[in-house]
Design a protein around this ligand. Structure first.
Ligand code: CDP
Length: 237
């Protein structure tokens, strides 16, 4: 399928361009922290509960909190109805997201506790694990849970032989490779890296750099959304 024409992608983007990203902070009253992210045609809600006593008890860690990220796709989020409930894919994404976020949250401050982060995919258009992690980080910051930094995330990939940033659905479906990545921006430490497809070593190096650059741009958008929400609270007081 022709995904690149005259140096432009199907939606008119250049190779290193992100889709439009909009982040709203603190959108849910009952959660301790929350964020809603629109990223291209993706729509994702993240909600944080805790730190709270961990149940069941046998999952407690007396040295630190356990962060559980629960990634869920709504039945109406994809073209073919998604059967409700967990499947192999959502269990995998929950696991890698929990691990990525555990690198930044200061878990040792809350022994025996659970921090639950719910990521609800309301509309999916490729890259939802990156969108979910982005939303989850902002929701954790909104909850005021101590963190060393946020996690910023973005995928790159190969489409019609070109390395491009932030694949949308058509590019994900008909492209050659997808490389989701998440990073702790201040340390430039990678906390998630997956690859679906094939790349040569040189292509990998380029795609890796492109995904890091993209994640750094996402980081700025995350910070701006948080700053805006803090300023709005001050004005409202
Ligand atoms: O969303 P992400 O790219 O992180 O994960 P993926 O497994 O590579 O899925 C790519 C896209 O396929 C998703 O964003 C959805 O748009 C779509 N998908 C779907 O249509 N039905 C599913 N059961 C799972 C994914």
């Amino acid at each position: 399928m022709e995904l690149i024409k005259d140096g432009k992608r199907l939606d008119g983007r250049g190779f290193n361009e992100l889709r439009d990203i909009k982040i709203e902070v603190g959108v849910l009253n009952r959660a301790i922290g929350s964020a809603y992210v629109e990223w291209g045609r993706n729509k994702v809600m993240a909600a944080v509960y805790g730190p709270r006593e961990m149940h069941p008890k046998f999952l407690r860690d007396p040295t630190k909190a356990v962060l559980r990220c629960i990634y869920n796709m709504a039945p109406f989020s994809v073209e073919d109805r998604k059967r409700p409930g967990p499947d192999r894919r959502s269990v995998e994404i929950s696991k890698i997201s929990s691990e990525a976020l555990s690198h930044v949250v200061m878990l040792e401050r809350y022994p025996n506790s659970a921090i639950d982060v719910y990521v609800e995919i309301l509309q999916a258009d490729a890259g939802t694990r990156c969108v979910g992690l982005t939303a989850a980080s902002v929701a954790l910051a909104d909850a005021g849970i101590p963190m060393k930094d946020m996690v910023a995330s973005c995928a790159s990939g190969k489409v019609n032989g070109e390395i491009v940033l932030d694949l949308m659905k058509e590019e994900d479906n008909y492209g050659d490779c997808d490389l989701p990545l998440a990073v702790i921006p201040r340390r430039k430490e990678v906390v998630l890296l997956q690859m679906d497809g094939k790349l040569t070593q040189d292509e990998f190096k380029k795609a890796y750099e492109v995904a890091i650059d993209g994640s750094m741009q996402v980081y700025e958008i995350q910070k701006n959304a948080l700053l805006k929400s803090v300023n709005e609270v001050k004005i409202g007081e």
